[in-house]
Design a protein around this ligand. Structure first.
Ligand code: DGL
Length: 268
């Protein structure tokens, strides 16, 4: 198979990364995709760095064995903890690695935003990765970070556009850390599901960042630069998980937008 027609390998701790996969499919409809959701070990947000590095490394090896021409870490928590290790593994095969944080940090650093808020899992916030990445590029920008651990279970249990999501969001977004922000990054791949609720809370007063679009656009541009874009009219989509329950199947549909066939595979 020609290198450019090999699949893009994408992984996440579970189904959340499908919000990124969906946007990649929309912007790059000729690309074959291979997705791995580590549903057996979900959530990564509460795990130690060592464990996240171990799981991310195993998944990367699996995606490389399946001939991925690029790896997308579609998980903020895995990016915060294991980006260096995933890049080292992929480098051995000369495969580029994309993550969900660097393109967003770059975009923010070169806009007019002055005071940026970030909401994410405990682990992502504890790593200060957004703050570090943005301020490395533009030290004039203030970054306010807030861990919002209740949002993942609220989304997974389907309590969105609901009194529960409303109360949880209001409680978090009214936190005094976020009072003077001019833009907000949704730093978790689950959060695009509540994008409209967050926008509604702010009533257009601040900019709410659409991470999947920024990430997928970046990948498109970079694959083009590397002459790695596919023009295949018959792309193949493969979705693997490390554990399958009816809840995961339901979530996959919610995050990807259509019914997909999830295949269980034991790679650990
Ligand atoms: N997908 C993860 C992220 O983007 C959140 C879910 C988890 O904690 O595993 O950070």
């Amino acid at each position: 198979m020609k290198e450019e027609d090999q699949p893009i390998g994408i992984f996440d701790s579970g189904m959340g990364g499908l919000t990124i996969a969906k946007e990649i499919k929309r912007l790059l409809p000729n690309e074959s995709l291979i997705y791995f959701g580590d549903s057996k070990h979900l959530p990564y947000g509460d795990k130690s760095k060592e464990v996240i590095i171990e799981y991310s490394g195993q998944i990367t090896k699996f995606l490389l064995e399946r001939e991925s021409k690029a790896i997308v870490i579609a998980c903020n928590t895995a990016t915060s903890n294991a980006l260096k290790e995933v890049k080292a593994l992929a480098k051995e095969k000369n495969v580029p690695v994309y993550d969900v944080i660097s393109p967003v940090a770059e975009k923010i650093a070169f806009t007019f935003n002055q005071n940026v808020g970030v909401i994410a899992t405990k682990s992502t916030i504890a790593s200060h990765i957004y703050k570090k990445s943005i301020r490395k590029l533009n030290r004039h920008i203030e970054v306010q970070e807030l861990a919002t651990p209740l949002l993942v279970p609220v989304i997974e249990e389907g309590f969105t556009n609901h009194t529960i999501s409303d109360i949880v969001l209001k409680t978090y977004l009214n936190n005094k850390k976020l009072q003077d922000i001019d833009s907000l990054i949704l730093g978790c791949t689950h959060y695009p599901i509540i994008l409209n609720e967050v926008k509604h809370f702010y009533q257009n007063k601040i900019q709410v960042i659409d991470s999947p679009f920024i990430v997928a656009s970046y990948i498109k541009q970079d694959l083009g630069r590397r002459k790695l874009l596919s023009y295949n009219s018959d792309p193949v989509y493969k979705f693997y998980v490390s554990d399958l329950t009816p809840t995961f199947a339901k979530l996959a549909k919610k995050f990807f937008g259509t019914n997909i066939n999830l295949e269980v595979i034991n790679i650990f």
